[in-house]
Ligand binder design. Structure first.
Ligand code: FES
Length: 323
């Protein structure tokens, strides 16, 4: 397990008390205090950050009931190819192992509404599952859930949702990987409605929903965007070197790891939050070298002297950075 660093303050050690497969390449993990101690409550849509066995941090949605939890439930998908953070969770963590876990945080809160439309793609079902169960438990079946996956084998919680008391409000659609067979969401968006829309899933799904809802009132569509190992890394990525502008210390960044994860493995203390190039927390100064910017935060004028090290890489053999 990765050693605790200054940057992990607030994290606590939790034990894996259950691990089981729930779909192809998707596992449920239950994390609890080894001594049965209380866990912080959370609201639907919340997530925790975890220091994975690879040393990288990842944020995972909490998919259970957060009112007075005796464990935290995560649904984790192995992002392959690669030996990334989520793969390390699945391949290296067993029941009885411990890992560092942050307090729950909610950047995707379930606000009151007269009706809801939930759109989940793939592993994006995890926060949505917490939301629909929460609403149903309160007698608020004022929602509809569209859950899209490639196939049945890759659909986590499908059986549970199909047999839930609110199953008549759930549509599960498999497109078989065929772009022509994706679920047609346009009828939901054609005429702006009163529903509050929550969408979590792969980038193409969220882009589609974003594009289809441009004429809706702002704030009616909420997105949850977590990094996946696959999004941060690409199959043709290559290794390069990062040098600290002040100390001159050099770090080899492998083809299958981010700058942020690699530097942390070398005990460098760095800030991060989304780890998907969307929040700006991991910004460092770019002093020299040619960057391959992959974030959605920096403006063009900032790109010559800044780098988001959770996702961005190098086009040159070396980058000189200051952090
Ligand atoms: S951690 Fe959010 S942009 Fe890098």
């Amino acid at each position: 397990m990765a050693a605790q660093s200054k940057d992990d303050s607030g994290f606590r050690s939790l034990t894996v008390v259950e691990k089981r497969p729930i779909a192809r390449e998707i596992w449920a993990f239950h994390l609890a205090d080894a001594n049965g101690g209380p866990l912080a409550a959370y609201t639907p849509g919340a997530h925790v950050a975890v220091v994975t066995p690879s040393g990288a941090r990842r944020q995972y949605s909490l998919c259970g009931d957060g009112e007075s939890p005796d464990h935290y439930e995560l649904g984790i998908k192995a992002e392959r190819p690669g030996r990334g953070a989520s793969v390390s969770m699945i391949e290296q963590l067993e029941v009885g192992d411990t890992l560092l876990v942050s307090p729950p945080e909610n950047t995707f809160p379930l606000d009151p509404a007269s009706e809801y439309l939930f759109i989940a793609g793939g592993i994006g079902i995890t926060p949505i599952r917490a939301m629909v169960r929460h609403l149903h438990a309160r007698g608020e079946d004022n929602f509809q859930l569209i859950y899209c996956t490639r196939d049945r084998e890759g659909a986590a919680f499908a059986e549970e949702l199909e047999s839930a008391p609110f199953a008549d409000r759930v549509t599960i659609h498999h497109d078989g990987g065929d772009p022509d067979a994706v679920y047609d969401l346009w009828p939901f968006f054609e005429t702006p409605g009163n529903a509050l829309v929550y969408c979590c899933g792969p980038r193409p799904l969220m882009d589609d929903v974003h594009d289809m809802s441009g004429h809706w009132k702002s704030g009616r569509i909420r997105f949850e965007d977590f990094a996946s190992d696959v999004e941060a890394l690409r199959p043709d990525d290559r290794a390069f070197r990062v040098r600290h502008a002040d100390s001159g210390e050099a770090f080899d960044i492998p083809a299958d790891a981010t700058i942020l994860d690699t530097l942390r493995r070398h005990d460098q203390v760095l800030r991060s939050s989304c780890e998907s190039g969307a929040c700006g927390a991991c910004r460092v100064e770019l002093v020299a070298g040619e960057a391959d910017h992959r974030d959605s935060v920096l403006e063009d004028r900032e790109r010559g002297s800044n780098l988001m090290i959770c996702v961005s890489r190098a086009l040159s053999d070396e980058l000189v950075l200051r952090w």
